[in-house]
Design a protein around this ligand. Structure first.
Ligand code: SF4
Length: 563
């Protein structure tokens, strides 16, 4: 159909590449030729996509594949030592494979276990803080090809905490599944659904904060076919609530997606789940099958005239592919590059058709809003930003986990009352709010409320609103390097300011701590200006803002040229 006419491999390409990699340990030239023939495309089209995604670019994939998280919470918990320890114990460098193909190690951001850092996925099995030491007590093919049996746990003595990691203490935790959908699809009207969403003031929870009802109305006003997509590509280190929603409450996400489809007249939906979340991929696919069996998805749903079905697509390791225009490329079987907007996905999205893309957390709120009414939701939170937000607290807090809070609460409430301060008597040096494209605040700034505008005025985008605590164990120079390294690794490379600027920034950051530090920091400033003003998408601007926030929050350790 549409895919063939547009010359797009579509959602199957990533799955086909993954299948080949699993069978043969890597993606070879003959595979690309065969797939190109099959899709009727030039080899360059398939090779371009395959070479974009981190999951396919490692030379070979070992029979045992270990993914180690170097996201911000894991970094804050060990300063990055856990990655070096794993390299030593497995006998392979990060992002390489043993010569005999026995084991490979891939560094990723992030695995979404920020409440129990550091985290590793051994195959699809997670091992985090408390049990990471036991990860390698089985038999491992060593890098020299001999079968080394590591019977004792390796020396990775990171402490762990945690009891229940999730505290869904509010709206989203108390509703049943598919309670609203049957009545809406059989007797409701799309206009009424959209009216309630508009009255609720619900905005996108993924970071951009666009009004949900407005997005739906924009897509609905375009000629069909239309699509709806749940964005489960929660790539921002520090946020793990989308993973937990998809694993523990997938039907709420699907019901929200179905209501979005009904409101916009879409008959096909996608859920994009990151490959770093294998359990979420599995659980979402199982939930789709259950929803079909329960009559909630499919043709003539609950006897109505409405058809709607959902496909779960597994990503392949790209941070930028979570950006909306890049995501449309990724699910169409292309490189996950961002592109300029307009046109917005609501007019030209998946396969060039009008598409609504909503974050998983946003969709999870939709059934409650439709059931209880937009006005009830709008009474929660703050007049400027109604409703609730899931906030994730990282491992250094005494009580890490996901908390559902109303917008407008002071950050100090999150840090002290909910998080209980830092564990083991540590003291808070800085807190990163909203992920790597958010920003750092000092403990003195915690009276700021959890609201977009006041935080933006303090130079910190709210982003996904989660908090990662840093104590003094990680020096400012390492934090700065971590920020630039994130930018350099995750830039999609489509525009020069970000492609080159993030590399130059990392080079400069590596010189911090040497004599002449003030001069190095002075050279950083023009780079930040170019990134801020000339980047094609929000990523480059976000990196600039985040780096500036580090230099502000750690001003005593990173004196600039004026100091
Ligand atoms: Fe890609 Fe960075 Fe440019 Fe965005 S700003 S398009 S991520 S290179």
């Amino acid at each position: 159909g549409l895919q063939a006419r547009l010359g797009r491999p579509g959602t199957v390409l990533l799955d086909r590449l993954r299948g080949v990699q699993r069978e043969r340990g890597g993606i070879t030239a003959d595979v690309l030729t065969r797939l190109a023939d099959e899709f009727g495309l030039p080899v360059a089209a398939v090779a371009g996509a395959a070479s974009f995604y981190a999951d396919f670019t490692q030379g070979c994939r070992g029979r045992r594949h270990v993914r180690v998280c170097e996201g911000t919470s894991c970094f804050a918990s060990t300063g990055g030592e856990h990655v070096r320890d794993l390299e030593r114990v497995l006998g392979v460098r990060r992002d390489t494979c043993a010569s005999d193909g026995s084991v490979s190690l891939q560094a990723v951001r992030c695995l979404g276990y920020c409440y129990d850092s550091p985290a590793v996925l051994d195959g699809d099995r997670p091992a985090t803080g408390r049990d990471l030491g036991g990860l390698l007590d089985g038999s491992v093919g060593a890098a020299d090809g001999s079968a080394a049996s590591l019977r004792t746990p390796p020396p990775i003595p990171y402490e762990s905490r945690v009891d229940p990691p999730v505290v869904l203490a509010g709206l989203l935790g108390v509703e049943g599944e598919w309670e609203v959908w049957p009545a809406v699809v059989t007797g409701g009207s799309p206009e009424r659904v959209n009216r309630e969403i508009a009255a609720s003031g619900l905005r996108g929870r993924g970071g951009a904060g666009f009004p949900t009802a407005k997005k739906w109305a924009m897509a609905a006003s375009e000629p069909g076919p239309r699509y709806v997509i749940a964005n489960g590509d929660e790539g921002d280190p520090g946020s793990y609530c989308d993973r937990l929603l998809m694993e523990q409450d997938p039907h709420r996400v699907l019901e929200g997606l179905a209501l979005a489809a009904f409101a916009t007249g879409a008959h096909h939906g996608l859920v994009l789940v990151r490959s770093e979340y294998p359990a979420a991929v599995h659980r979402m696919r199982a939930a789709v099958a259950e929803a079909r069996a329960g009559g909630h998805l499919g043709r003539r749903i609950h006897g109505s005239g409405f058809d709607f079905d959902v496909e779960v697509v597994e990503g392949a390791g790209s941070y930028v592919a979570g950006e909306e225009t890049a995501l449309m490329h990724a699910v169409s079987g292309l490189r996950g590059d961002a592109r300029p907007r307009p046109p917005y996905p609501t007019s030209k999205g998946f396969l060039g058709r009008p598409t609504v893309l909503n974050n998983v957390e946003t969709l999870a709120a939709v059934p409650w809003v439709v059931r209880h009414g937009g006005a009830a939701y709008a009474r929660l939170g703050h007049p400027d930003e109604p409703g609730t937000k899931l906030v994730c607290l990282s491992q250094l807090f005494r009580r890490p986990g996901v908390y559902e809070v109303e917008y407008g609460v002071p950050l100090r409430h999150l840090v002290q009352e909910l998080g209980g301060g830092l564990r083991d008597g540590r003291s808070l040096r800085a807190v990163q709010v909203g992920g790597p494209l958010g920003g750092f605040l000092t403990p003195e700034q915690l009276d700021l409320p959890l609201l977009t505008r006041p935080l933006a005025q303090a130079g910190v985008p709210l982003g996904h609103a989660s908090l990662i605590a840093f104590d003094a164990a990680v020096p400012a120079a390492a934090v700065l390097r971590h920020e630039w390294a994130f930018g350099a690794a995750e830039s999609c490379g489509a525009c020069t300011p970000c492609r080159v600027g993030t590399r130059r920034g990392l080079e400069l950051a590596e010189r911090i701590g040497e004599p002449g530090q003030a001069a190095v920091l002075a050279q950083q400033e023009p780079l930040l200006e170019v990134l801020d003003m000339a980047s094609l998408c929000a990523f480059g601007r976000g990196v600039a803002g985040a780096v500036r926030s580090v230099t502000r929050a750690y001003a005593d350790e990173l004196p600039g040229p004026a100091a």
